[in-house]
Ligand binder design. Sequence first.
Ligand SMILES: *Cc1c(COP(=O)(O)O)cnc(C)c1O
Length: 399
Amino acid sequence: LEKSLLMIPGPTPVPDEVLRELARPMINHRSSEYVALQSELVDGLRQAFQTTGDVQVFPASGTGGLEAAVVNVLSPGDRVVAAPVGAFGDRFAEIAEVFGASVRRIETRWGSCVTPEVVASVLEDEPEARALLLTQNETSTGVLNDIQQLAASARAVRPDILILVDAISGMLAADLPVDQWELDVVVAGSQKAWMVPPGLTLVSISARAWEAHATARMPRFYFDFGRMRKSMATGQTPYTPALPQLFALRAALRLIQREGLAACFARHDRLARATRAGVEAMGMRLFADRGCVSPAVTAVVPPLHLSAPELRRHVNHRHGVVLAGGQGRYQDQIFRIGHLGYVSEAEVIATLAALERGLLELGGQVTLGSAVAAAQAELLRPSGAASRSAGAGAEATRG
Ligand SMILES: *Cc1c(COP(=O)(O)O)cnc(C)c1O
């Protein structure tokens, strides 16, 4: 019997009621039925992004949304400051370069987050910068940036700078009130905390971003926000929408609404705390600095005598728990546990139990039950200060 537990940071598990939507018969996308579907999606997405502005959906993986963010508000030759803290931040900067931006990268050690002071001082030094590229949750290193502080420090120096945020793995795992924090283009991806299969990218667009769009000259067609806005005004899309994915998104948004945003953030925080407690109880080290650990994914440094790929292979084949490898230069140095989206406390406990046995079977020194006990103790604790501040934005916009 083979049953496996998918504990990677995307694609994430999909609830049955969302999966079933993928088997729905197709509808005419130029019909009133579609208009109603799109209207419900836009409402749900606005709530999730905590914005009254525009949110658009494109059939693409998250990277398509990052490309859309860049090409819709910038022109070739524009100066851009990028603050990558891992592989996905590097990708965001590279997209801007490929389309002709002149990119200044703020170098940050992998495993740490970027600080508001550094962003402010680089922007002081870059009077021509049109845009700042940020990553909310860096999936490759398990790091959460403090977007609120980063955006505030950027605005203090350059009030009109465009702030583009890769929130693909962070949105719904941590608070990100788009309007309140004055974020111009924010990109999400269906296969992360949204509990929807891969294939949709969700993008919010501020008034400032629309202003920039009017004069932005980077080449674009399929991802053009203007074409999409024009068509959406009539309840349609300019090109055939990915109907099964949209049916699935509607079902997932209903689940998210029922739970509430603040509860959703708190759930991610709890699972992340339990995972970290378990990992450390087994004597393994977290890859991310203590002050910026991710609520969505935990990156782990394996014990000295073991390689990360070996441990992952063992836990996968022997115990049916699928973990992710590292990325880029840390591909074989770390492994990552995804705990975002449709993941339960019981699944986190099962994952830690599989790791305990895996480590023991591979010759490590682990007391069986130690990680599970540490995680259980963490789950019994009330939510901490971190989760209390998260959700403040959600409360504010809901009223
Ligand atoms: C998953 C992810 C991406 C890339 O998404 P794709 O859907 O694979 O294109 C980009 N940024 C972050 C932070 C991610 O987690």
